[in-house]
Structure formats: C-alpha cells, structure tokens
Ligand binder design. Structure first.
Ligand code: FCB
Length: 448
C-alpha cells in the first residue's frame, strides 16, 4: 500500500454523535429527546433497541479517549446533547449536563486531542417537538440560546464549533421521507424545517463567536453527489436536479447564493416561507465548511423526463453492508467543486467511513480488510485533492467505535473499534490499527 502523507498540522480524528454513544438517557435530569420518543415506537428501529445504553459513553468517556490516544489521534468530533444541557429545550440549564461536557473536554485536552463540538446532531428536546419542533420559528431562538450557553461554558477550551450536522437529514430524511425522528411525511413541512434550521445556524454563528473570539465556527453538510447513469439528456437533467435538491439546497444559501433557482421552481407550492433578512442571516461568514461524504448516487430516467430512479444497488460495483457504493472519485470532484466554486477558507472532512458485518474472532482480532480498503482509497483521493490546492485541514473517520446507528440500532457497524454491546468492551479492529499507524506516521513527519 502506498504511503499516506498529509501536510504538517493535518488533523486526524474520529467523529461520533451524542445520541449514538452516550446512553444514560435518564441520568442526571436529562430531558427526553425526539430520538428517545422515536425509538419507543414499535418497528422504528430494526433491532428494537433504544439509545440506551448505546456505548455507555456518558460513563465510559475515558475509555473512548484512551482508544483515541491508542490510535495517535489529535482531534475528536463529538456532539452535545441539547436535552442533557437544557432538558426541556428552552428552560433551565442543567449544571450536571454542562459538567459532563466539561469533563469530556478536559479529558480530551489532557491527552492532546483537539475537541470539535457539534451543537446539533439530531436529538431535539421532545418538549420543543411538542410545540412544532424545527417547523416552529421559536425553536430558532431556543437553539441560539442553547448555543450561547455551550460556547460560554466551553469556549475557553473548545475552539472548533459546528452548529448543525447534516441539515438534509434533519429536514428531508426526518420530515419528508420519515425515516428518522420525528418520522413525518410532509414535504412542505420538511422544507420549512430545512429553512428554519439554516436560519438558526446563521443566528448562532455570531453568538458563538462572541463567546469564543479565537474560535472557528462552521457547519457540517452531507453530500451525495449525483451522477447520470447514461449520457442521455434525461439522465443528465435528473442528476442536476438531484444535485440541486440534495446538495445545493443547503450549500448555496450558507454561501450567500440563496436557494438554487431551478430547485425552487421545481418545488412549487412546497417552498418554505422566508422572512425578510433570513437569507442574509443564513449567509453568516464561516471559518470552515465540514463535509460528510460516504457515497454517490447514480440516477436514471428510463422514461425520458416522466419518472426517475436511483440505481444504488448495481451488482457491478463494490457496496458496503448498507448498499452504499464505494466511489472515492466523487469525493475529489465534490471537494474541488466546493473549493473552486465557493468562498470557504478551510474544509474538514468531518465524516467518512463504511459499515461491514464485522466479526470478533476467537483470537481477539477483527479483520476488516474491506474497511481498510475503503479508508485507504478515500485518503488517497484526499491527498490528490490537497495536492490540487483544496485546503482540507483534517479527516474525521466515522466512527470511533460501533455505536447506535439510528434506525439500524447496533446492527450496522461503522467503528474503527468493535463494541461488544453486552460487556461494552471496545477492541480495535484491524482498520483501527491501520488508521492509527497512518496518523502516527503523519504526525511524526509531515510532507509539506
Ligand atoms: C451520517 C450521520 C452519522 C452516522 C453516519 C453513518 O449521516 O451523520 O450520525 O449515522 O451517517
């Protein structure tokens, strides 16, 4: 395997999300979140599990930090559970909730691991959902207040902030497709949620900066680039449309370009209500863009304009156990497109990884050559991207250890470490050992 060399100062980390690892959903006054409610519905989670205990990280965060240290990592992207900090979303701030994140951050810093905090990774306080959730503009102000409280408490030590993780998932996946909490099926509502989430981002950015003047503030978007299955006009039109709806609908507004015109027209009466000043708010200048990339979509319209279909289960390509195609070239195309087309100063790859059916062998090893191959290919592409002049400053693998993978429960394993969900023992997979070596070689000797 060729050497994986990155610039000096490049950050090597993993990413997690509070609901996926913390467990302890009722401890120390934590409030109910929309994911607690969603998991309780029969059939919502394929394994019938809930987010408790997940990886029990509320109590075992020092084990997590030791795992990172063992892989020579120098950054960690985690999220803060809003209902742990403000149990009903808008009322009293919980001292115990704040204390937990204090301990986590201090533990990371003691090991030389730079904390990247994400304020919202999908666990809205249920009390806010009860009055309309993100579709209600009052939630915007609650989010800003929560962001302010977190930045005030941690801003002396946490310098890297993201407002939201994946607004597409927060809105479309959860409110139109209905696959994630709160499980609704209403496109108009979903687009309003998307808009309100973006406004909340734009309003929170200056508030976080005020608390943390020497910090970096950004947002994390998920990208699924679309490629036409054939070079027919219909397929190309469809690919452009998917790209506009999935990616540009979120990227363009935060970069000050407003919503993409063609997608806006296409949504017809479902477009969101936009208040005067919203688009300027959403375009708050950012220090960086976080990019989550896993796979692409390949689209085909056999009817020549009447219908569409997404071809993600093609037999000729390599698929993960989630049926996601391994296609690293799309990462290059995406990052080059973002850098040369948009004004972001820095870019972080904030999530990238793959789920496979990992097995813990009697000798204690978890051989996952497929994951090593996936990571290796994407890191190679990332090197090429950096060489092409794109300022990618760090790579966060999804994820540190197998965890509660939303509707898949613990059945979908993305970790660099294997989690035994009975004993909570974490064991590095072969990919984790490999990733640790790449990180160590690069921190010893940069190439630029
Ligand atoms: C992303 C989410 C993350 C995880 C990975 C597999 O969309 O941000 O929480 O579920 O997918």
């Amino acid at each position: 395997m060729e050497e994986q060399r990155f610039p000096n100062g490049f950050l090597w980390g993993t990413a997690t999300a509070a609901f996926q690892i913390e467990g302890a959903t009722r401890a120390d006054g934590r409030g109910e979140s929309i994911w607690d409610r969603f998991c309780a519905a029969p059939g919502a989670i394929v394994t019938g599990e809930t987010g408790d205990p997940a990886c029990d990280s509320y109590y075992r965060y020092m084990d997590d930090i030791a795992l990172m240290k063992g892989m020579n990592l120098n950054a960690y992207r985690f999220s803060i559970a809003w209902p742990r900090v403000i149990p009903d979303g808008s009322g009293k701030v919980s001292a115990a909730g704040l204390d937990y994140y204090d301990r986590l951050v201090d533990g990371l810093l003691a090991e030389g691991i730079r904390p990247f905090a994400t304020l919202y990774h999908w666990d809205l306080p249920q009390a806010l959902q009860d009055r309309g959730g993100w579709a209600n503009r009052a939630t915007i102000d609650d989010f800003v207040r929560y962001s302010d409280a977190m930045a005030a408490r941690l801003g002396d030590r946490v310098k890297d902030w993201a407002t939201h993780n994946e607004p597409w998932c927060i809105s479309i996946l959860s409110h139109e497709i209905g696959e994630h909490a709160p499980g609704l099926h209403n496109r108009k509502l979903a687009l309003q949620v998307a808009h309100n989430v973006l406004v909340s981002h734009g309003k929170a950015v200056p508030v976080i900066r005020q608390q943390c003047a020497d910090g970096q503030v950004g947002i994390v978007l998920n990208f699924t680039p679309s490629y036409p299955a054939t070079d027919s006009e219909a397929d190309q039109v469809l690919a452009r449309q998917e790209h506009a709806r999935f990616n540009l609908w979120f990227l363009d507004p935060i970069a000050g370009r407003g919503y993409p015109e063609d997608a806006w027209q296409g949504y017809g009466k479902d477009v969101p209500y936009v208040e005067v000043g919203d688009m300027e708010t959403i375009a708050a200048p950012l220090d960086y863009l976080g990019v989550n990339y896993y796979t692409r979509s390949v689209v085909h319209d056999p009817t020549g304009g009447q219908g569409s279909c997404t071809l993600n289960k093609r037999s000729e390509v390599h698929l993960s156990d989630r049926d996601w195609e391994t296609y690293p070239q799309a990462l290059y195309d995406l990052l080059v497109g973002i850098h040369f087309g948009y004004p972001f100063k820095d870019i972080y790859l904030t999530e990238n990884g793959a789920s496979y059916h990992d097995v813990l062998l009697p000798d204690g090893k978890i051989p996952d050559a497929m994951r090593i191959d996936y990571l290796h290919k994407h890191l190679s592409v990332l090197q090429r991207t950096i060489a092409a002049g794109v300022p990618v400053r760090g790579y966060f693998c999804w994820t540190l250890m197998d965890n509660f993978e939303w509707t898949f429960g613990t059945s979908s394993r993305f970790g660099l470490a294997y989690t035994d969900f009975v004993t909570q023992k974490r064991t590095l997979k072969e990919s984790g050992k490999w990733f640790g070596k790449v990180a160590r070689r690069n921190s010893l000797e940069g190439w630029m």
